[in-house]
Design a protein around this ligand. Structure first.
Ligand SMILES: Nc1ncnc2c1ncn2[C@@H]1O[C@H](COP(=O)(O)OP(=O)(O)OP(=O)(O)O)[C@@H](O)[C@H]1O
Ligand SMILES: [Mg+2]
Length: 331
């Protein structure tokens, strides 16, 4: 295995930020750490980078223990969440800086800087200062800087989160392209499930310092191990007996259904036993309409493709949850 985390523990006082984290990452793989704020994503990345020492456990690169290896000697490229360019240096110097620290030859540095700026398509910005660039351009420079010293691993801590939605979407496509072109082993931290699903070969879902589940986006979405993972990648309704009589028989486990798997029909012709629900809310989101259904105090979120003009709050619909769409998960 290329990069191995073995039973890594990290505590800050009374807080256990990483609680026995183990993980294997293959060479050239693109892995995302996904999880809510405070679950330990940044801490894990910093421990891998060597910026933080674990209290227990080990990190191995191609079988070699990294414990005694300083952050700089690990030669991992890092991009942090907040713009971390040096504000008083030009774009070119920002990219050159790490190479100067590593005592590269002048001519080699100049060539490498040009190559890196071409890579992120910003060669024409070389003489500008960071404040003269857009947020997206700054993060592309940060990426060029992280890649300049030919790192063995690329570590990205929410590199796109400060950007607006459209720029973020474009740039994550670029990050993915770059990563596959260079085949560099990459770990990216994010709390955006769509970002993770778009770029990652495998997603590591984290919860309260622990790894909740690891898999491809498709795997995790189709077969979540528990309600936390189910609710973190997409949405998962808790199905109550009001909406599905089967729920009554699922004692001790969580019965869930994805919003897009719920079917609805007009109340005029409800088939036998189909529960009838009130439409509480209806939101048109472009590619789908999100409808909140209600039976007494129980609610169900439904997503229907496109715009459904026949649905409006105050109306009623019959609800069907196909058996094969039910997820039975441990509570
Ligand atoms: N230097 C530190 N000193 C004390 N506690 C810390 C330190 N760094 C992190 N923590 C705590 O460790 C836990 C994990 O923090 P971490 O920054 O890894 O979370 P995160 O998943 O990156 O969150 P976010 O999505 O908000 O960036 C939190 O409870 C945090 O308060
Ligand atoms: Mg963080």
């Amino acid at each position: 295995m290329f990069l191995t985390l073995r039973n890594v523990v990290k505590r800050f006082g009374a807080v256990t930020a990483l609680d026995d984290v183990s993980l294997d990452i293959a060479e050239g793989e693109f892995v995302c750490f996904l999880g809510p704020s405070g679950c330990g994503k940044t801490t894990l990345l910093r421990v891998i980078a060597g910026l933080e020492a674990p209290d227990a456990g080990a990190i191995l690169l191609t079988g070699r223990e990294l414990a005694g290896v300083s952050a700089r000697s690990r030669n991992f490229g890092i991009v942090f969440q907040s713009y971390s360019l040096f504000p008083n240096m030009t774009v070119a110097r920002n990219v050159a800086y790490g190479l100067e620290c590593r005592a590269w030859e002048r001519a080699a540095i100049a060539g490498r800087v040009r190559e890196m700026l071409d890579l992120v398509d910003l060669a024409d910005q070389a003489h500008k200062y960071p404040h003269q660039l857009s947020g997206g351009q700054q993060q592309r420079i940060a990426l060029a800087r992280a890649l300049a010293a030919k790192p063995v691993v690329l570590l990205l801590d929410e590199p796109l989160s400060a950007l607006d939605a459209k720029v973020r979407e474009d740039l994550r496509g670029e990050v993915k392209d770059l990563q596959s072109r260079l085949s560099i082993t990459t770990i990216m931290v994010t709390h955006d499930q769509h970002e993770a699903m778009e770029v990652a070969d495998r997603i590591v879902v984290m919860n309260a310092g622990k790894v909740a589940q690891v898999g491809s986006g498709a795997d995790l979405y189709a077969r979540p191990d528990d309600p936390f993972v189910a609710g973190f990648l997409g949405r998962m309704n808790k199905v109550t007996a009001a909406f599905a009589p089967a729920a009554a028989r699922a004692a001790g486990s969580f019965l869930g259904v994805r919003p897009e798997d719920v079917e609805i029909e007009p109340t005029g012709t409800p088939a036998n036993g189909m529960p009838v629900a009130d439409i509480e809310k209806c939101v048109f989101l472009g590619s789908c309409t999100r409808v909140t259904l209600r039976i007494a105090e129980d609610r169900l979120l439904v997503e229907l493709r496109g715009k459904r003009i026949d649905l409006a709050p105050g109306g009623r619909v019959a609800v069907r949850i196909p058996d094969q769409a039910l997820h039975r998960l441990p509570e």
